[in-house]
Design a protein around this ligand. Structure first.
Ligand code: HEM
Length: 491
C-alpha cells in the first residue's frame, strides 16, 4: 500500500515536472485551465467561438491555452495575421495537416509527399484545372449536372409543392452534381451512383469533427470505420481511367500519387480526403445563402432583380478571366453569408522559436513545439468594431452606396487587408474558390429562376448553428429549415 502510494506520488511529480509550464515575460498570456493535461479541450471542442470570445475578453488579442496536452497560441488581431500566414520557415502547415489527415482519413502519405503534392497541386489546380478555360469547362459540366439533378428531383411538369429541409436539398443536389463533375461516374451506374456516395458521405460527415478530436464513442467509431471503408470502395474507380468521366484534375492527382509510389489503398484514402475538401463546403454555403434570402425578403427581391437581367447561358460560362460575371448584389449576399457561416481555423506548428511582432507594436515569443491558431470568424468576421451589428444579416454590407463592391473596412482606425477570410489565406488558401463561387451562383440562379421556393412556415427563423463545427470550414445547422418548391409557372 505504502509502495503504491509512493509510486503514485512519484508519477504525479514526474508528470508535473514534464508538463509544468509557467509564463515568461516574453510569452503571450498563458491560460492552462483547471483540468490537468486536458486543459480547455472540452470547452474548446464544444463551442470554440464562445470559448475564444471568453478568452479574448480575459486576455486580449493573443493568448496561449492548453488543449489536450498541447499549447496553442491563439491570435485574433487581423492586422497581425500576415506575420503568421507569411512565415513558412518557423511556422509549418504540413505537420498539423498530417495529424488531421491521419485522424480523419486514416491517411499517411510519404513524408516528402505534401510539399511536392502541394507544389504540383497548386500548379495544376491553380494554374490549370480551376482557372481560365478549364474553369469555364468545369462550370459548363457542373451546370449540366445541376440541371439534370434538379429536374430529377422535380420534373418541370410537376404541379404540386414538394416539401423538404433546405439543408438536405442544397447539400444533396450540389454534392451529387459536384461529385459527377470532378469524380466522374454515371448517374445510373450502380457502383458509383452519386446518391449512394452522398448517403455514405453524410454519415461520415456527421462523425468528422469527433474523428478529428478523437472523441468518438465505441459505437460511433465502428460506424465511422465501416462508412469510411465503404467510401474507399465507392471511390476506387475515380480518376483512374481517362474515359471514366472524372476531371483531369483528379486524374492528375492520381497520377501524382502513383509517381510517388503511393499504393492503391492509400490512394483511395487520399481521394476521400479530396472529396471532403471539394464537396464538404459548397452545399452548406448554398443552404445558408438561400436560407438568409428566404428569411430576408428585401435581399431575395434584390437578388431576383439582378438575376432577371442575366441569361442561364451566362451563369454557366462565367470564368473567362477577361469577362468576370457582374453580379455585385449576389456577390455581396454570398460574402455576407460566408462572413456569418464560414469558420475555419488557420493552424500552424511552431518548428523554430519565433518572435511574433503584433501590429500594435507588442512582441511575443512563440515556443517551438507549440501551435498557432488564427480564427478569422472571431475577427474580422464577427468583430463589432469592423462589422456593425455582426450577428445581423445585411445583404448589402459589401456594397457601396453607388452599387459598387465595398472593400474598405477598418479596425483601430486602420484599413484592413483581411475583412473576411472564408477561403483561408496564403499558400494554403482554397484553390477552388472561383469554382465554388461560380457553382453557388449557378445553383441559386437555377433555383430562383425555375422554381417557386418558399418557407413552409412564413415566420420561420434560421436554425441555430451546430457549435461543434467551429474550426472545420463551413458551419452546419442544428436541424433544418423546412421549405417547399415547385416549377414556376413562367417556365
Ligand atoms: C464555399 C465553399 C468553400 C469554402 C468556404 C472553402 C474553404 C477552404 C479553406 C478555408 C481552405 C483552407 C484549408 C486549410 O487551411 O487547411 C480550403 C482548401 C481547399 N479547398 Fe476549398 N472551400 C470551398 C470550396 C471548394 C471547392 C468547390 C473546391 C474544389 C473543387 C475546393 C478545393 C480546395 C482544396 C483542394 C483545398 C486544399 C488546398 C491545399 O492543398 O492547401 N474548395 N478551402
Amino acid at each position: 500500500m505504502i509502495w503504491t502510494l509512493f509510486l503514485l506520488g512519484q508519477a504525479a511529480l514526474l508528470y508535473f515536472i514534464l508538463t509544468h509550464r509557467s509564463r515568461s515575460k516574453r510569452d503571450p498570456p498563458l491560460d492552462k485551465g483547471v483540468i490537468p493535461w486536458l486543459g480547455h479541450a472540452l470547452e474548446f471542442g464544444k463551442d470554440a467561438f464562445k470559448f475564444l470570445n471568453r478568452m479574448k475578453l480575459k486576455h486580449g488579442d493573443i493568448f496561449t491555452v492548453r488543449v489536450a496536452g498541447r499549447y496553442v497560441t491563439v491570435l485574433l488581431d487581423p492586422h497581425s495575421y500576415d506575420t503568421v500566414i507569411k512565415d513558412s520557415d518557423s511556422l509549418d502547415f504540413n505537420r498539423y495537416a498530417q495529424v488531421l489527415m491521419e485522424k480523419m482519413f486514416n491517411l499517411r502519405l510519404p513524408c516528402h509527399q505534401p510539399v511536392k503534392a502541394k507544389a504540383i497541386m497548386k500548379k495544376y489546380a491553380l494554374i490549370m484545372h480551376f482557372m481560365g478555360l478549364n474553369l469555364a469547362a468545369l462550370n459548363r459540366t457542373m451546370s449540366r449536372h445541376l440541371k439534370a439533378s434538379l429536374t430529377d428531383e422535380m420534373p418541370q411538369n410537376q404541379k404540386d409543392w414538394k416539401e423538404e429541409g433546405l439543408f438536405n436539398f442544397s447539400y444533396s443536389l450540389l454534392f451529387k452534381a459536384g461529385y459527377l463533375t470532378l469524380f466522374g461516374g454515371e448517374p445510373n451506374n450502380n457502383s458509383t451512383e452519386p446518391s449512394s456516395v452522398y448517403d455514405e458521405y453524410k454519415k461520415f460527415d456527421g462523425l468528422l469533427t469527433k474523428l478529428a478530436r478523437g472523441t468518438l464513442k465505441p459505437e460511433e467509431r465502428r460506424t465511422a470505420r465501416s462508412v469510411r471503408r465503404r467510401l474507399w470502395e465507392l471511390l476506387a474507380p475515380a480518376g483512374l481511367a481517362e474515359d471514366s468521366g472524372s476531371s483531369t484534375w483528379l486524374q492528375d492527382y492520381r497520377r501524382l500519387l502513383q509517381e510517388e509510389g503511393v499504393n492503391e489503398e492509400m490512394q483511395n484514402k487520399a481521394v476521400l480526403m479530396q472529396l471532403w475538401a471539394t464537396q464538404g463546403n459548397v452545399g452548406p454555403a448554398a443552404f445558408w445563402l438561400l436560407g438568409y434570402l428566404l428569411t430576408n425578403p428585401e435581399a431575395l427581391a434584390a437578388v431576383k432583380r439582378e438575376f432577371s437581367g442575366i441569361s442561364m447561358m451566362e451563369t454557366s460560362d462565367t470564368s473567362s478571366p477577361d469577362r468576370p460575371m457582374d453580379t455585385p448584389v449576389f456577390d455581396s449576399v454570398l460574402e455576407e453569408t460566408l462572413r456569418m457561416t464560414a469558420a475555419p481555423f488557420i493552424t500552424r506548428e511552431v518548428v523554430q522559436e519565433k518572435t511574433l511582432h503584433m501590429a500594435d507594436g507588442q512582441e511575443y515569443l512563440l515556443r517551438k513545439g507549440d501551435r498557432v491558431c488564427l480564427f478569422p470568424f472571431n475577427s474580422p468576421q464577427m468583430d463589432p468594431e469592423i462589422h456593425h451589428e455582426p450577428q445581423k444579416y445585411k445583404y448589402d454590407r459589401f456594397l457601396n452606396q453607388d452599387g459598387s463592391v465595398k472593400k474598405d473596412f477598418y479596425k483601430a482606425g486602420r484599413l484592413l487587408k483581411y475583412y473576411t477570410m472564408p477561403w483561408g489565406a496564403g499558400t494554403n488558401g482554397c484553390v477552388g474558390k472561383q469554382f465554388a463561387i461560380d457553382t453557388i451562383r449557378q445553383f441559386v440562379f437555377m433555383v430562383l429562376s425555375n422554381y417557386d421556393l418558399e418557407l413552409c412556415d412564413p415566420n420561420a427563423q434560421m436554425p441555430e448553428v451546430n457549435t461543434s463545427h467551429y474550426g472545420f470550414g463551413m458551419l452546419q445547422p442544428e436541424g433544418d429549415l423546412l421549405v417547399r418548391y415547385k416549377p414556376s409557372k413562367t417556365n
